[in-house]
Design a protein around this ligand. Structure first.
Ligand code: C5P
Length: 294
C-alpha cells in the first residue's frame, strides 16, 4: 500500500460544534510524499503495528495508535470475530507535521485490511469508517484535490489542470493539532468557511501564480505563536521566489508553491542552509489516495 501526504491550499476555520470540533471549509491536495504500508494476517483479535523511517521511534504502537484503531474498527464493522492483522509502516510523511501522516496511515490500513480480509467494503462504506477515525482520513482514501466541509470529512473533488510543484520545509519539532486549534480560539473569532471561487478557478486553469496568491490558512497565526521561527522560514522561501507559501494544516511544515522547477530548486537550495529547517522535501500534486502497489 502506498498513501500520500496532504497540504491544505485553504483552511478556513469556523465556529465550534458542541463536541469542540470546528466547522471547516478546506481545500485539500494530496502530494507525492508517501508512506508505504504492508498488512499481513495475524491471529483473531490481534492488531499490531510497527514503524520505521521518518519519526518512527517516537510513535506509540499500542491501542491508541490510529493504525490499530483503524484495523480494529474495520474488523468490528465487518462483524466477524476471526480477523487480525500485523501492519508495518515505512514513514516518510513527517510525524505531527500538519501533513496528515497519521490519518494517511489509517486510510491505508482500511484499504489494506479490506483487501487482506476479503471484507469487500465499497468506497462509500470505507469512507464512513474513515470519517469515524478523524477529519482527514476520508480525504486520504480518495486523494486528488477536493473541497472538505463539515469537520473536513464531507468531500467534493475539484478539477485541476496539470501538476503543481511543492517544496516542503520540515521543522525540528512537531505541533499538536488540538493545541493549535486552542490557540486559534484564543486569538481569533470564527472565520467565514466558504472556499474562494477565484482559487478554484485558478486550480482549474492550472495557474500556479494565481493559486499562490490565494492560499489561505486560518491556523497559520496560531502555529506561528507556538513556533515563532516558522515566520522566518516562510519569509526565506518567499524571498527565494515562491509563488505562494503557507503553513500546512496545523503545522509546523511550511509548504511553498513553486511556479517552475528552477524556482523549486532555488527555494530548496535556500532552505537547506537554514538551521531552522530540519529537512526539505520536494513533492508534486495532485496524486491519488491510498492504493495498492506491487
Ligand atoms: O479529526 P482529528 O482527530 O484529526 O482532529 C484532531 C484534533 O483537531 C481534534 O481533537 C480537534 O481538537 C481538532 N479539530 C477541530 N476541528 C476539526 C478537526 C479537528 O477542532 N474540524
Amino acid at each position: 500500500m502506498r498513501v500520500p501526504a496532504k497540504v491544505n491550499l485553504a483552511l478556513n476555520v469556523g465556529a465550534t460544534d458542541n463536541e469542540g470540533y470546528h466547522a471547516l471549509g478546506t481545500l485539500f491536495q494530496a502530494v507525492s510524499l508517501f508512506d508505504d504500508l504492508v498488512a499481513r494476517p495475524a491471529e483473531a483479535g490481534v492488531f499490531r503495528v510497527s514503524f520505521r523511517g521518518e519519526g518512527a521511534s517516537g510513535l506509540p504502537t499500542d491501542d491508541t495508535n490510529l493504525v490499530v484503531r483503524a484495523a480494529r474498527l474495520l474488523a468490528g464493522t465487518c462483524g466477524t470475530g476471526n480477523l487480525g492483522a500485523e501492519i508495518r509502516v515505512h514513514k516518510r510523511i513527517p510525524v505531527a507535521g500538519g501533513m496528515a501522516g497519521g490519518s494517511a496511515d489509517a486510510a491505508a490500513t482500511l484499504v489494506a485490511c479490506n483487501q487482506l480480509w476479503g471484507t469487500s467494503l465499497d468506497t462509500g462504506q470505507l469512507h464512513a469508517v474513515a470519517a469515524r477515525l478523524g477529519a482527514d482520513v476520508p480525504f486520504l482514501l480518495h486523494g486528488g484535490t477536493a473541497v472538505g466541509t463539515g469537520r473536513g470529512e464531507k468531500l467534493r473533488p475539484v478539477p485541476v489542470r496539470g501538476s503543481f510543484q511543492w517544496v516542503l520545509a520540515l521543522s525540528h519539532h512537531g505541533l499538536s493539532t488540538p493545541a493549535v486549534f486552542r490557540e486559534f480560539d484564543r486569538i481569533s473569532p470564527p472565520q467565514p468557511t466558504g472556499i474562494d471561487s477565484g482559487l478554484l478557478a485558478a486550480l482549474a486553469d492550472g495557474d500556479a501564480r494565481r493559486v499562490g496568491a490565494l492560499l489561505r490558512n486560518d491556523l497559520q497565526r496560531a502555529a506561528f505563536n507556538l513556533q515563532p521561527e516558522l515566520a522566518d522560514v516562510l519569509a526565506m522561501g518567499r524571498e527565494a521566489g515562491a509563488t505562494g507559501a503557507l503553513v500546512s494544516g496545523s503545522g509546523p511544515t511550511i509548504a511553498f508553491l513553486a511556479g517552475t522547477k528552477a524556482v523549486a530548486d532555488a527555494i530548496s537550495d535556500r532552505l537547506v542552509l537554514s538551521s531552522r529547517v530540519r529537512a526539505v522535501r520536494r513533492a508534486h500534486g495532485p496524486v491519488p489516495g491510498a492504493r495498492i502497489v506491487n
